[in-house]
Design a protein around this ligand. Structure first.
Ligand SMILES: *Cc1c(COP(=O)(O)O)cnc(C)c1O
Length: 390
């Protein structure tokens, strides 16, 4: 079912996604595999369409955060290898195997559980071992005094029945931070990762087929970390400083329309709390875009949205379903005019900077009542309504 309203919608430019993929693929070279991170519904871009596009382009792997996200892809005919980065309950091992989903193994307890479960089923679960080299989140702790016990723990997991270890990976904490200290930290993480992998390979006599660690920051800045596969998310979607440097294109453009225009006398308080008062006769437009659509209420009275006559300041508190913008000096912008919230003409980084956050959070925040329009070869190829209409 299609949305009947032209309210607020996102345009997902698959041509931009393809451009970004090909640009990155050319950068990493043909001997390095490409894993596209499509967790969180592909950072709010729609994981099924993004995965389909990457599959057609010949990408090698996908990553998601949970089995539900992996199942969404499998049930929509995505055949590529999928790695789950987070935990999966052991009760789901059967499904992981049935749907050929690769599971990250992050500690001994998980390795034991998965091994027992796979053995009980008389099947084999494909895993990638996660190594904690300094992110201090998931993974076998291997730094400093934990090097030998960490490597031994990983070797033990690799030798457990019912598990087939295809790969090993680690995650960089500061690959996108400037300064010598961050550089040093990333270099240390990378060296530790390769050292642990070598040690484990020596202990087991087995080789990891796929070693991977390069996220967006590392793909942009540290070619020496590409190893067998890279694992970018943000870069693929074309946001941030590195995307700009690499001439990548933003994939999402979030749009809305002016639903009402009113002219108020000087001194009129606009919206809840009256934090904005008109300082002259002002022409104010109402947009059907509020915090329930993914706008940040903390941006109230602080940001500007793009009209065809330039940036219009947002005025007053952002409401659940609406917000107001100042159209006083934009006579050509009227009821029905399109407004770009962020995208090709109003870079998302402007908005995320003002909000004190990162572009990831803004694209992930676009809510399910915002339908998506997918564009390929410059044409709208499909629309996706995320509400439960069936
Ligand atoms: C999210 C994530 C990525 C991708 O990060 P970007 O900064 O978007 O490139 C890579 N690896 C892991 C483990 C992640 O959780």
């Amino acid at each position: 079912m299609e949305s009947t309203l032209k309210r607020t919608w996102s345009e997902i430019d698959l041509d931009a996604l393809i451009h970004n993929y090909r640009t990155l693929k050319a950068r990493i070279g043909k001997n390095v595999k490409f894993l596209g991170v499509v967790k969180a519904d592909a950072y709010g871009h729609g994981s099924v369409m993004v995965a389909k596009t990457l599959e057609e382009e010949g990408a090698d792997y996908l990553a998601v955060s949970s089995i539900d996200e992996a199942m969404e892809l499998r049930l929509n005919d995505i055949k590529m290898p999928i790695l789950i980065l987070g935990h999966t309950p052991k009760e789901q091992v059967d499904r992981l195997i049935e749907y050929n989903i690769t599971q990250a193994v992050t500690c001994k307890a998980k390795a034991v559980e998965y091994s027992e479960e796979a053995t009980r089923l008389n099947k084999t679960l494909k895993i990638h071992i996660k190594i904690d080299t300094g992110m201090s989140r998931l993974g076998y702790l291997c730094d400093g005094e934990f090097f030998d016990t960490g490597a031994q723990g990983i070797a033990d997991a690799m030798n457990m029945p019912g598990l087939y270890t295809e790969g090993a990976f680690t995650h960089f904490a500061v690959a996108d931070e400037e300064g010598e200290e961050a550089l040093e930290y990333t270099r240390h993480q990378f060296k530790l990762f390769t050292d642990v992998c070598s040690k484990v390979e020596e202990l087991t006599g087995k080789r990891f087929e796929i070693k991977h660690c390069a996220n967006t920051g590392a793909v942009a800045r540290f070619p020496e970390t590409y190893l067998d596969m890279v694992r970018p998310g943000l870069l693929l979607y074309g946001y941030g400083e590195y995307a700009r440097q690499l001439h990548l294109k933003p994939v999402m453009t979030l749009k809305t329309v002016v639903s009402t225009v009113k002219v108020y006398p000087e001194g009129t308080a606009i919206s809840y709390g009256g934090i904005y008062k008109t300082d002259k006769r002002e022409r104010i437009g109402v947009l059907p875009y509020g915090y329930a659509d993914g706008f940040f209420r903390s941006l109230s009275n602080k940001c500007s949205l793009m009209t065809r006559e330039g940036l219009a300041p947002q005025r007053g508190k952002i409401c659940m379903d609406m917000c107001m913008i100042d159209l006083t000096d934009k006579p050509g912008v009227d009821v029905g005019s399109e407004i770009e919230i962020f995208g090709k003409h109003n870079p998302i980084e402007e908005l995320s900077d003002i909000a004190g956050t990162i572009p990831y959070e803004l694209t992930c925040a676009v809510s399910k009542r915002v339908p998506r329009t997918y564009i390929k070869d410059g044409q709208v190829i499909s629309r996706e309504l995320l509400l439960r209409m069936r």
